[in-house]
Design a protein around this ligand. Structure first.
Ligand SMILES: Nc1ncnc2c1ncn2[C@@H]1O[C@H](COP(=O)(O)OP(=O)(O)OP(=O)(O)O)[C@@H](O)[C@H]1O
Ligand SMILES: [Mg+2]
Length: 454
């Protein structure tokens, strides 16, 4: 069996030797340090299973050592040694993440038992963390939520390319999470400590785009009273997000292409070009391939941008993501407004899943925000879904791309109508525009008549 490794931190030489000997005899591999500084250096490079540290040390204290160990998320157990009569310190240590404590002076058996216990506690904690991470990995990447195959594909691609400097082109309908995806790539990249600069190509007047991108020398045009850096410069060593790239006017496209090819820019009115180190992520909700075809977007620029393509699926094409997204947004919005997260009844959730979300996740986020604000007695109300199926006639019903099951749909309509009318059948029939008899007939057909009280 692998021997367990103890890192012993004790400034008194006699005590240190004594404890080290005792632990070696018990079968541990022991490394001894006289200070927390030395211990931190060891922890950086060596495998350690448990740290046994005195509270009182010269320089960095045992408590500070503990908090650094936990900050680094090192998976080691930690036992704090405190002096007799200082129980508050022991309690404090446990609160800060120690797995156990022991008071000086201690017996051999007492120490061994304490180490065993601490190791066991830590193993459990590590296992928990591993499981949570595994779960997180399935449904979440940075701030992106989604368990549908479509989103999982997006996650895998992001993980593969985030660490590279590859240019990424993100496409997807409005509100599908293009900007959030760009931010996720940046935060998983080597550039994460650099800036993330976003520029919306649709929001800048054509005449100003070049200086926004590349900056302008003093006197370059009227009003340029000082030299100004552009977004490329500001994003140096970071990531530049070119949003709505499909809206970039044709005349400016060759200039952008040149900057991307040469990784060099020249300020407007300047003569000198200089190097910039930026990673480019572009996004569009237009069909860029078609724009190229129709001559509205330069083919060479398109190929320069389209190195890695990420296509974010519309929310209606990944309905299995709606429940997780709704729950996530519910707690986010509750936190934003300092309100408790309301309960989301199944009937409301079903309505959310059924709705076709033309505005995608952004629209869902807005709906959920209203739900949080207008919840009654901690429960989300059906009427809090202004555009949802309550007013379904205003929204055209779309057959999903993958087809549908008519009977399931009919059963669902009946169920929802009953739900909404609190089981009142004549009201439910009216809601569906059905004669009462026809409604009853269908309830029988789907055996819903017994389910719901009159
Ligand atoms: N997968 C997701 N998980 C969690 N939140 C999401 C997800 N996708 C989008 N959102 C949220 O939805 C909102 C819209 O996202 P974002 O701004 O990234 O979309 P977009 O595609 O850039 O939209 P537009 O084309 O309108 O600019 C944001 O509040 C974002 O946090
Ligand atoms: Mg956007």
């Amino acid at each position: 069996m692998n021997k367990l490794r103890v890192l012993l931190v004790e400034d008194e030489a006699d005590q240190r030797q004594l404890v080290a000997l005792l632990l070696q005899q018990a079968g541990y591999i022991v490394q001894s340090c006289a200070s927390a500084e030395e211990a931190l250096n060891r922890l950086e490079v060596d495998r350690v299973d448990v740290v046994l540290s005195d509270w009182k040390l010269p320089g960095i204290s045992g408590a500070d050592l503990l908090s650094r160990v936990r900050e680094q998320n090192w998976p080691v157990a930690f036992v704090m040694v405190t002096a007799y009569g200082s129980i508050e310190r022991a309690v404090e240590a446990i609160r800060q993440g120690a797995d156990d404590y022991i008071t000086k002076p201690f017996e051999r058996e007492q120490l061994l038992l304490c180490l065993q216990k601490a190791l066991k506690t830590r193993n459990l904690a590590n296992e928990n963390q591993r499981l949570t991470q595994a779960l997180d990995q399935r449904e979440r990447l940075v701030d992106l939520i989604g368990k549908s195959p479509g989103m999982q594909r997006v996650f895998r691609t992001i993980e593969k390319i985030a660490q590279t400097d590859a240019t990424v082109l993100i496409s997807g309908e409005s509100g599908t999470g293009k900007e959030l995806t760009a931010r996720a790539i940046h935060s998983l990249s080597k550039r994460k400590s650099g800036a993330f600069m976003a520029i919306n190509c649709a929001a800048i007047p054509e005449g100003l785009i070049e200086s926004e991108f590349f900056g302008a020398e003093r006197g370059a045009f009227t009003g340029a009273d000082r030299t100004r850096a552009g977004t490329f410069e500001a994003a140096n060593q970071g990531t530049l997000f070119l949003d709505e790239i499909g809206e970039l006017p044709l005349p400016i496209q060759p200039k952008l292409l040149r900057a991307l090819q040469d990784q060099q820019i020249t300020r407007v009115g300047g003569t000198r070009s200089f190097a910039v180190d930026v990673r480019i992520i572009a996004a569009t909700n237009r069909d860029l391939d078609r724009e190229v075809h129709q001559g509205r977007f330069r083919e060479d620029l398109f190929y320069r941008l389209n190195v890695v393509r990420l296509n974010l699926p519309a929310l209606r094409d990944r309905r299995e993501d709606i429940p997780v997204l709704a729950q996530h947004l519910l707690s986010e919005m509750a936190q934003k407004h300092g309100l408790p997260a309301p309960v989301l009844p199944k009937s409301v959730l079903r309505a959310l899943v059924d709705y076709h979300w033309p505005g995608n996740v952004r629209e869902l986020a807005n709906s959920v925000e209203r739900m949080v604000l207008f919840a009654e007695e901690g429960v989300v109300q059906m009427a809090d879904l202004p555009q949802a199926p309550v007013h379904a006639s205003a929204q055209p019903f779309l057959i999903p791309n993958h087809g549908m099951n008519w009977e399931d749909h009919e059963r669902e309509c009946l169920r929802q109508a009953l739900d909404r009318c609190h089981g009142n059948r004549s009201k439910a029939a009216r809601l569906l525009g059905l004669p009462y008899k026809a409604f009853l007939y269908r309830l029988e057909k789907y055996q819903l008549a017994e389910e719901i009280p009159k």
